[in-house]
Structure formats: structure tokens, C-alpha cells
Design a protein around this ligand. Structure first.
Ligand code: SAM
Length: 283
């Protein structure tokens, strides 16, 4: 396990994923019944962007760096402002130092009384950091387990009938797309009403098409793909874009998703940046 998210935290892909995450939690919060979130690949939850790892790549500068400096945009969907508030509150809580909240910290900040978050993190060191971060928060539980394997045991959630599963694997393994497709299918078999958000890299087209087709061929329905590409995905050695596959998206989520990606394109993109929201399989 060589992947460390601290090198990439706050980059354009994190921004896209985290804004969409806020929009999905907003949709769950529209109803009073409690919800549960399962974060299968949680990371450490909090990233010091002034630290050695983040500084060595500087990826955050073209992600959160661009949004923090941007003037407020009244046309932007509300979830972008909500996410920025969470980021700014995190920075304020660290006396102005550039700390960036990862997915577990974002979700934890949005839980209401009765809502819960369950995290899986396999890396022993990252798992310890995550436990330390949430040691005083009884709504959050941490499992030092393989997030894919844990799906069978942790779904459906015991605490609530509604919820979200975030799958954000590091794509270190050659067969990660295959593992992700399998995990989505298993998660839906066990938690049919749950919303699933699965992140995937867009380097070149063949693997992302194969991923979508594998889900289609398995008879999966109600699949929306959100994609932001910084440049045409032609060079398989570069992260050219970021994708999120949403299974069972909330009602009319494609409109929210389009508004999010259109705004993010303006901030994160240069010439050649494209946003696409597409039903891979409709309901
Ligand atoms: N979701 C996090 C966020 O948005 O802040 C970032 C997660 S990072 C992309 C992927 C994480 O998954 C890494 O911290 C890595 O150690 C962990 N990991 C890798 N394989 C795993 C597995 N099979 N099960 C659980 N965690 C795993």
C-alpha cells in the first residue's frame, strides 16, 4: 500500500468529489429520518496542505487553492458555498493554517443527531490518524478493514434505513475498476435503496468505458456519470479527469450535478476543460 492521499488532498479531483458529496448529503438531510454514510476508503480525514507531502506536489493549488481565492459567485449552486464554509471552518479551527477536510470530516460536519458515519481505512498509520480525529465523536465508527470486503458486513446499515456509500479507492491495483464495479453491485444487492457514489480516474477512455459497460452488462440501472476532464483523455500516464458514478441518485440530481460541474469548470479549468453529466443507464 504505497498510496498516500496527503500528496493529492485538495486537488481538482478532491474538489469535484467533495462538492458532490456535500450535495448528496444535502439531499439526505431534506428528510427528517436519520441516515447512515459508509466511507469505504476513508483516508486520514484531515490534511495539512502546508505539510511536506502536499507541498511537494502542489496539486492543491489548482484545486482548493483556486476556489479559496475566488470571489463569491451568486450563480453557483449552494453546495459549493456550503463546502467552502466547511473548508474555511477547518482552517479557522487550525488558527489559519491550511488544513483541508477529507471525506470523513466533511460528512461528520454535516451529520444531525441520530445520523451516523462508518469509515474503513486499511493503511495502519492512516487508520490511527482517523481514529485520533474522531475519538470524541460517538456518531463516527472506524474499521481498520478492507472497504470492499466490509461492504457485505456493514450493509445494510443497522442504524438507519437511508444512506450513502462513498467508494474512493486509490487505483493502485491493476484490477481496481473491476473491483469497484463488483463492489457497487454487491452494495446495491445488500442496500437497494442506498445512494452510491464511486470515484474513478479518467486517464484514457478504454478503462472508463469498460467500467460503465461492466455495470450495464450486469443489469444495473439508474446510473449517472459525472465527469470533469481538464484535457482530452489521451495520455494514459496522466490524471486527465475525474469521474463519479452515482447509483440511485437523488431526485433530479442530474440538474444539481450539471450546475456543480459548470461552476467548477470555470474555476478549475483552463482551455479544453469539459464537464459531462450522462445517464449510463436510466432508472
Ligand atoms: N475518501 C478520502 C477523501 O476523500 O478524503 C480519500 C481516500 S484515498 C483516495 C484512498 C484511501 O484508501 C487511502 O487512504 C488508502 O490507504 C485507503 N485504502 C486503500 N485500499 C483500501 C482498501 N482495500 N480498503 C480500505 N481502504 C483502503
Amino acid at each position: 500500500m504505497n498510496y498516500r492521499h496527503s500528496y493529492h488532498a485538495g486537488n481538482f479531483a478532491d474538489v469535484m468529489k467533495h462538492v458532490v458529496l456535500v450535495a448528496l448529503i444535502d439531499a439526505l438531510r431534506r428528510k427528517p429520518a436519520p441516515f447512515s454514510v459508509l466511507d469505504t476508503h476513508a483516508g486520514i480525514g484531515l490534511y495539512d496542505l502546508s505539510g511536506r507531502e502536499a507541498q511537494s506536489t502542489g496539486e492543491w493549488r489548482d484545486g482548493i487553492g483556486r476556489l479559496l481565492d475566488a470571489p463569491a459567485d451568486p450563480a453557483a449552486p449552494p453546495c459549493i458555498g456550503e463546502w467552502l464554509e466547511i473548508v474555511r471552518a477547518t482552517i479557522a479551527a487550525h488558527e489559519g493554517r491550511l488544513f483541508y477536510p477529507g471525506s470523513p470530516a466533511i460528512v461528520a460536519s454535516m451529520l444531525r443527531p441520530g445520523d451516523t458515519l462508518t469509515c474503513c481505512e486499511l493503511h495502519p498509520e492512516d487508520q490511527r490518524s482517523l481514529r485520533r480525529l474522531f475519538r470524541h465523536n460517538p456518531a463516527v465508527s472506524i474499521h481498520g478493514r478492507n472497504g470492499y470486503e466490509a461492504i457485505t458486513g456493514l450493509l445494510p446499515p443497522k442504524q438507519a434505513k437511508r444512506g450513502l456509500v462513498l467508494m474512493d479507492p486509490p487505483f493502485e491495483q491493476k484490477d481496481e475498476f473491476h473491483a469497484l464495479a463488483k463492489a457497487i453491485i454487491t452494495a446495491r444487492q445488500r442496500f437497494g435503496t442506498g445512494v452510491i457514489a464511486a470515484w474513478y480516474p479518467i486517464k484514457h477512455r478504454a478503462p472508463t468505458h469498460a467500467f460503465h459497460n461492466a455495470l450495464k452488462d450486469a443489469g444495473q440501472r439508474n446510473l449517472l456519470a459525472l465527469e470533469l476532464t481538464l484535457r482530452p483523455p489521451l495520455d494514459p500516464t496522466r490524471l486527465n479527469g475525474s469521474g463519479l458514478l452515482i447509483a440511485n441518485p437523488p431526485f433530479r440530481f442530474e440538474q444539481t450535478a450539471r450546475a456543480i460541474l459548470t461552476t467548477l469548470c470555470l474555476h478549475l479549468g483552463d482551455d479544453g476543460t469539459q464537464a459531462n453529466v450522462e445517464w449510463i443507464v436510466p432508472e
